[in-house]
Design a protein around this ligand. Structure first.
Ligand code: SF4
Length: 1018
């Protein structure tokens, strides 16, 4: 020890001499003389570092620090929802640190075998025996600090009722009991006239509109908007909204990644469940990130970044990131393993179609795989997936079967498709054929008549061949040779290739963009292949499980009717269509319908504002922030919502903060934050084995409580409403056990602990947690509740809670060269659903295969024509940082890391416009303007303007609000930066004020915004 100290002094002495010469003499001299500066640190080696939660003693035993509890739960710092372990200081009851949960695949790889004892897991993540970084389980930079939000002074902790007009930012605190009374029974709540409460709105008999009976009953006039599913969506939907009898729930997908989800749904032939794919990063050999940037953003942010970094350094991965801006995904250290390909914003569709063209033209597609026509033949020949490339589509114009795919039987429910057997040229059931003819363009006899048919593959080929490679190059901004090179490389790695896309597709042709990108993977057959594409690893049964069916309950009403956002319904099935047809011409409808979209968040608002198809009487906005999150939301929604008479008469926001949307509500119900909350959830993407994470309050929620002691939050709020309304599925006889007995739903734990029990008992039940594990996991306070809710299985539930969920082992990921958890359905090269649908505004037939469309308005006019480059020479797009995310403005420590945002421009573009780094500039679009600091940089496409999403806030502490007699002054730094969504604008060809959106699926367009730039000051 003494020797080490002498050596240290010697070294610092030398350093002092060297440092003096370069200007650090004062600091180094102080260090060398060990001069005191400030209070002495408690530890000579670790200084002021906080005490660890456990340590490994000299005998290798784990010694737990009784000052702390370490609980396994889930981080909600972003939508990845990683499993984490949080360290709670027992004395203060506050979270002091978050680290990864070593059992959870989103935080560790490899993750711990599930049966590993808890105390072993502490050793595993320590540096004992030099295990070092190998076994570390991590939270990202954001996850490490975002929990300071819990104690933010702008949190809403008691129910608020607006005191002035909507949006005036004046509130009065009210009791939880007054809140329930008023929202249930209504009345003249604001001195502005009578407002119906939820009791009056829940009318399951009276039609909304007798002239349009398909709209359903008046109960549909309650809408609920949620956000990314952090483990409570099923509770809200199954237990509350469905018990109420409304169909109108939407998450945030339409302002996040709906174009991507809808394109996946078309590709995977499932518009009900909306599955989606992610690459198998770990074993992939060639990956193209279209507009996604692993390591920079995306979901799962942490896991995909980690796998990508490992695969490019230890595995065989090479990848290309195609974005308008160079991001963290590219790495000089990775050498030629990674490459950035700059593209015009919105140019991905042209690039993907150009690649499809080149691949087919050069015979680089996997014809043998594509000719496998059915699941039965797939299994016979040992393929991992199959497509409908060889299925026959009727192309006879005007024929009643036009656009239909031929089946053996006319029974619409049966999937017995007809194909031409390539061995004998005969028409047969796809189930009987192992190799069907891929290219078909002929007339066949079907149902006694000769019908013109083409195969799906032929239709895709014709679609891709509509434009030359040079034309695709012009549209994408990527030279034709580079498109060809990319296609060649993509087809040079067998099936160990993958594609990825997400937020980049949020523009007017994003649905077809996604479908085209995914079709690249079909051309080589990478779905379900090791190193290819995966639809996820599944989960242990949770809602409808071995112990309880939590989705059903006695008296659950049917939910007739159509959704207010006009999704999941073809206009051609409405009474309006029939009336218009009888009057001569069914087109146009009053506005667009979306037969193959699952939900459009802001469609609930605009449908109500425009009374089409019907108005809402009440909206519950639960942690939703569509006013900030929708491109054009401030311009199209905020003003309208300010008037309850013409928009929605009763608006309740369940939110821990006053944000851009909840500030427009009539009531704000406080919600719990991060580690105060219950929940059960599965990963969103890039996992290959069964994974269920659980959340339960590991710190005491700060909100005020109901009379029964439950903190006011979403769950307890809807339970109290449910009981007051007498809804089925609430109260003492509410939850159905598999043995037929009924159990109470009085508190959130009555539901969530039973979800955990289902998870614990699925397939082979988990072991019992012993007393030591219960102590180590800090579950002592839960034992009484566990014994009460799950008397027979409470130790198994504790076992799941102690590990933060249930996780299948990594060895369950593959079977030979294929994924063990395969997507079971068919890949649609042609989609009958899409190919037989029309725009209800123009009767335009949608293409049934991926095809190129230029960025356009809903009726087909090109943006480039309506907003010419002479007026708007640049195109703005949004991107995300790896630190700040839009729902985390209230984390002051995060904003310490990233104070503000900039407006980014390419150096050569700035020079040509006479702009300089640091100028204050104005961007103007056809619908709005923003100001910001200009950042001039290399690594940008010259036509692009990048604006980071998440800044320029007018909520979560950025604005001054009055609550009772207290004025809370907004913080300038929370307001700083520019919000790109203020540039969004309404589609001028639609009635009402509806933000520009994807013409086929209605997702919000925020990535291709025509703009011009002007210097305001230097
Ligand atoms: S990626 Fe980071 S912020 Fe997001 S959930 Fe995981 S740890 Fe939290």
């Amino acid at each position: 020890m003494k020797q080490s100290r002498r050596k240290f002094l010697k070294i610092t002495g030398l350093a002092t001499a060297a440092g003096a010469a370069v200007g650090y003499s004062d600091t180094l001299t102080a260090a060398a003389r060990l001069r005191r500066r400030g209070n002495p640190a408690p530890d000579a080696i670790y200084g002021n570092a906080p005490a660890p939660e456990a340590r490994i003693n000299d005998s290798g035993q784990v010694v737990h620090n009784a000052d702390f509890t370490v609980a396994s739960t889930v981080c909600i710092g972003c939508t990845t929802h990683c499993g984490v372990r949080v360290k709670v200081e027992n004395k203060s009851g506050t979270v002091v640190r978050a680290a990864g949960n070593p059992y959870h695949p989103l935080s560790s790889d490899p993750w711990l075998p599930y049966e590993t004892p808890l105390h072993e897991s502490l050793r595993w993540t320590s540096n004992h025996d030099e295990s070092g970084l190998e076994n570390r389980s991590t939270a990202c930079a954001r996850g490490n600090i975002v929990f300071d939000k819990i104690h933010d002074r702008f949190r809403v902790l008691t129910p608020l009722k607006r005191a002035g007009k909507r949006g005036e930012d004046k509130w009065i605190p009210i009791s939880p009991e007054q809140l329930i009374e008023e929202v249930v029974n209504g009345g003249d709540l604001f001195g502005e006239g009578h407002v119906d409460g939820l009791a009056a709105i829940r009318d399951l008999k009276t039609p909304i509109d007798p002239n349009n009976p398909e709209y359903g009953t008046r109960a549909n006039q309650l809408g609920i908007l949620g956000t990314a599913d952090e483990g409570r969506k099923d509770f809200m939907v199954f237990r509350f909204l469905q018990a109420f009898g409304s169909k109108n729930y939407s998450g945030h997908s339409s302002i996040c990644g709906l174009s991507m989800r809808a394109g996946n749904a078309a590709f995977l032939s499932d518009f009900k469940k909306y599955p989606h794919l992610k690459p198998d990063f770990e074993n992939c050999e060639f990956l193209i990130n279209f507009g996604t940037s692993p390591g920079q953003a995306g979901n799962p942010f942490k896991r995909q970044g980690k796998l990508l970094a490992r695969a490019r350094s230890e595995g065989n991965l090479r990848y290309v990131t195609v974005t308008p801006m160079l991001t963290n995904s590219d790495s000089i250290a990775a050498g030629n393993r990674s490459r950035w390909m700059p593209i015009r914003p919105g140019g991905d569709l042209a690039l993907a179609m150009g690649m499809i063209r080149w691949i087919i033209e050069n015979g680089r597609h996997n014809a043998a795989y594509l000719s496998v026509p059915s699941k039965a033949s797939m299994e016979r020949v040992g393929e991992p997936s199959f497509t409908n490339s060889s299925h026959l589509v009727v192309v006879a114009p005007g024929h009643q079967l036009e656009g239909r795919v031929l089946k053996v039987s006319a029974d619409a429910g049966k999937e017995d498709f007809l194909v031409i057997d390539s061995t004998d040229g005969q028409l047969k059931s796809a189930d009987q054929v192992d190799a069907a003819r891929l290219e078909v363009d002929e007339r066949i006899v079907y149902g006694g008549e000769r019908l013109a048919v083409k195969s799906s593959f032929t239709l895709l080929k014709e679609s891709a061949f509509r434009f030359s490679l040079d034309e695709y190059a012009k549209e994408s901004g990527i030279p034709a040779e580079e498109i060809a090179d990319l296609a060649q490389e993509f087809t040079s790695h067998g099936r160990k290739v993958a594609v990825d896309c997400h937020g980049n597709t949020m523009h007017t042709t994003g649905f077809y963009t996604t479908w085209a990108i995914l079709s690249l993977s079909a051309l080589v057959g990478s779905l379900n292949y090791k190193g290819g594409m995966s639809a996820g690893g599944g989960k242990f049964t949770d809602m409808k499980g071995a112990a309880y069916d939590l989705t059903d309950y006695p008296g659950k009403p049917k939910q007739p009717g159509i959704r207010i956002d006009r999704t999941r319904m073809a206009y051609e099935k409405t009474s309006e269509f029939k009336r218009n047809l009888a009057a001569g011409n069914p087109y146009p409808a009053k506005d667009q319908w979306y037969p193959f979209t699952n939900a459009i968040e802001t469609g609930l608002i605009t449908g109500s504002i425009n009374h089409y198809p019907y108005p809402l009487k009440a909206l519950i906005s639960w942690n939703a922030n569509f006013v900030y999150g929708e491109s054009g939301g401030q311009n199209t929604l905020a003003e309208a919502l300010k008037d309850p008479r013409t928009s929605i008469p009763l608006m309740i926001a369940i939110d821990p903060f006053i944000n851009e949307t909840s500030r427009l509500a009539d009531y704000i119900v406080p919600d719990s934050v991060l580690y105060e909350t219950w929940g059960e959830l599965n990963p969103w993407g890039a996992w290959l084995t069964k994974t269920n994470a659980v959340r339960y309050p590991v710190v005491t929620p700060r909100q005020t409580t109901f009379a029964n002691g439950e903190p006011v939050c979403m769950d307890s709020f809807v339970i109290e409403i449910g009981k007051k309304l007498g809804l089925p599925g609430f109260g003492s006889q509410a939850i159905k056990a598999s043995n037929g007995s009924l159990h109470p739903l009085e508190r959130p734990e009555d539901f969530y602990l039973r979800v955990f029990e289902n998870v614990a008992l699925d397939t082979k039940p988990v072991p019992d947690a012993d007393d030591e594990e219960i102590r180590l996991a800090g579950l002592q306070d839960y034992v009484a509740r566990l014994r009460k809710v799950s008397p027979e299985n409470w130790r198994k539930v504790a076992y799941v809670m102690a590990r933060g969920g249930r996780f299948e082992g990594k060895d369950g990921a593959y079977k030979g060269a294929q994924l063990a958890k395969k997507y079971p359905g068919m890949i649609s090269i042609y989609s009958e659903t899409v190919g037989t649908s029309r725009s209800s505004l123009t009767a335009e037939q949608y293409s049934g295969v991926p095809t190129f469309y230029g960025a356009r308005l809903v009726k087909g006019d090109l943006l480039a024509k309506r907003y010419p480059r002479s007026e708007y020479p640049l195109t703005a797009f949004s991107f995300k940082s790896n630190v700040v995310s839009s729902p985390n403005t209230a984390s002051s420590r995060l904003r310490d890391l990233r104070y503000t945002s900039t407006i980014d421009i390419a150096a050569r573009t700035a020079e040509s416009l006479g702009l300089a780094h640091g100028d204050v500039v104005e961007l103007t679009s056809p619908g709005g303007r923003i100001e910001g600091l200009l950042r001039v940089r290399e690594g940008m496409h010259p036509e692009a303007i990048g604006v980071e999403h998440g800044f320029g806030r007018s909520g979560e502490g950025a604005i001054t609000v009055q609550i009772g007699n207290e004025t809370l002054d907004g913080l300038r730094f929370r307001k700083s930066g520019a919000s790109i969504n203020l540039l969004g604008f309404a589609d001028p060809d639609r009635p009402g004020r509806i933000a520009l959106s994807d013409f086929a699926v209605g997702s919000n367009s925020r990535q291709v915004i025509p703009v011009r730039i002007r210097k305001i000051s230097s």
